[in-house]
Write a protein that binds this ligand. Structure first.
Ligand code: GDP
Ligand code: IMO
Ligand code: MG
Length: 435
């Protein structure tokens, strides 16, 4: 039995969706354990592209179980839309192959309004993070403040209404008083909730029990991370982070699994770096090379369509993720995008006030000052998207991969050379005893 976590080591969008879809082939259960529909995971299968936000990326495999566990925050309208549009495309979605936690918190309309008002700097209250505007932060705030509503609350709409009415006392004071916006009313939320009850209740269950049972049967469980380590609430570039923990530790909390049951961690590393939204990015390229990477790599947000900021691979960032998350192998993605560049760089460490450092400073003012120190590689030519084994890659690409592994301290377990399933060089069997 293998329980494998797939974790983004950078600022998200490393290609987690592609890799999870691919590995589901040999897994039995795929679990989303944190984040919400701020995530955008893209799957390309033949001429079909699927952009998933809440439904786990194993869903294209109808006989495998997909689970949205308790650590996820769920916008019911987005989830219903996603489930229905997948079903309309012929994807099997039933209460047998998709289970949603009764403990997962609900993203309510006022969470989205508050998120967007803060981002817009309404009434001069300016604190721009560059969020996805999907209400993720405000929903997690309410969870921590113990005033959130959970999917299981949909089982009793009378008490659901009482809870919403109470919540709105505070939310409306904020919306009208501080942000100068319209008050929201409980009645329209209840109307939506009636639809949520009808469409989601059959899927809502105790997912802890489901996952525990799978683990006890020695089934292979794949934990699908969202976002990436530098967006982690504790370990990322705070406050320019998301409101959950995309690090390995939250697999145990967000899915309900004993830490010792997790036995492998795959760190997703894009062969360069991208970041969406505000916040520090030491290896960002604000030049023609950055633009070229964005265009060739199609670096535009899956969730918001925003252009992603692009830059060189930052080994300081990935090395931190390897240590923090217990990464035992890497999935290096989008190597093909670097093809044709004259030279390629990796930041091996930083200089801070002239001193060599090997960590991402917690202080924003220190982060603003760090200077990446680069190793430079000769570029490689040619289309590598058909490579099936390492020896198919041009020499320059292999040198780059070897040094990347060495610098971050973990071996490559797979290399992705294109968005499709078969555009992958497998170097390891992730589920050696799959049933
Ligand atoms: P995620 O959030 O980590 O799942 O990543 P996204 O789906 O947001 O962004 C990754 C993008 O790169 C998607 O459009 C994928 O289809 C695409 N992709 C994944 N792996 C590769 C690869 O190896 N090469 C190329 N060219 N595209 C890839
Ligand atoms: P996947 O799973 C990239 C970023 C936002 C913003 C910050 C906070 O596709 O890798 P939030 O809406 O979470 O409060 O925004 O986090 N962000 C992501 N960036 N990929 C993601 O997910 C992201 N999810 C959130 O752009 O900077
Ligand atoms: Mg994404």
């Amino acid at each position: 039995m293998t329980n494998l976590a797939v974790i983004g080591t950078q600022w998200g969008d490393e290609g987690k969706g592609k890799v999870v879809d691919l590995l589901t082939n040999k897994a039995n259960v795929v679990v989303r354990f944190q984040g919400g529909n701020n995530a955008g995971h893209t799957l390309v299968v033949g001429n079909q592209t699927y952009a998933l936000h809440l439904v786990p990326s194993g869903i294209l495999h109808p006989q495998k179980l997909s689970v949205i566990a308790s650590g996820v925050v769920v916008d019911p309208d987005v989830l219903i839309e996603e489930m229905e549009s997948l079903a309309a495309r012929g994807v099997t979605i039933t209460p047998e192959n998709l289970k949603i936690s009764e403990r997962a918190h609900i993203i309510l309309p006022y969470h989205k309004t508050l998120d967007q008002a803060r981002e817009a700097g309404a009434q001069g209250v300016v604190m721009k993070i560059g969020t996805t505007g999907r209400g993720i932060g405000p929903a997690y705030e309410d969870k921590a403040a113990r005033r959130g509503l959970r999917l299981g609350d949909l089982r009793d709409l009378n008490s659901f209404k009482d809870k919403i009415t109470l919540a709105l006392l505070e939310k409306n004071a904020l919306l009208t008083g501080l942000y100068g916006l319209k008050a929201q009313d409980a009645e329209s939320i209840i109307q939506s909730a009636q639809i949520w009850v009808k469409k989601l209740l059959p899927f809502i269950t105790d997912t802890f029990g489901v996952i525990r049972q799978a683990a006890d049967k020695n089934l292979n469980i794949l934990f699908e991370g969202a976002q990436g380590v530098q967006l982690d609430l504790d370990h990322g570039t705070y406050p320019y982070v998301t409101s959950s923990n995309p690090t390995t530790g939250s697999v145990a909390v967000g899915a309900g699994l004993a830490p010792r049951d997790l036995n492998s961690v795959l760190g997703l590393v894009k062969a360069y770096t991208s970041r969406v939204g505000e916040g520090p990015f030491p290896t960002e390229l604000l030049d023609a090379t950055g633009d070229r990477i964005r265009e060739v790599g199609r670096e535009y947000g899956t969730t918001t369509g925003r252009p992603r900021r692009c830059g060189w691979l930052d080994a300081v960032v990935v090395r931190a993720a390897v240590k923090l998350c217990g990464v035992d192998s890497l999935a290096v993605t989008k190597l093909d995008v670097l093809g044709g560049l004259k030279e390629i760089k990796i930041a091996s460490h930083y200089l801070l006030d002239g001193q060599k450092i090997d960590y991402v400073p917690a202080s924003l003012s220190d982060l603003a000052k760090v200077q990446p120190v680069y190793e430079t590689f000769e570029g490689f030519e040619g289309d590598i998207t058909k490579s099936k084994k390492l020896s198919d890659l041009p020499y320059g690409a292999r040198v780059y991969l070897d040094r990347l592994s060495e610098l971050v301290g973990a071996p490559a377990g797979l290399v992705s050379v294109g968005p499709e399933r078969d555009q992958t060089i497998m170097l390891r069997d992730f589920f050696p005893d799959s049933k």
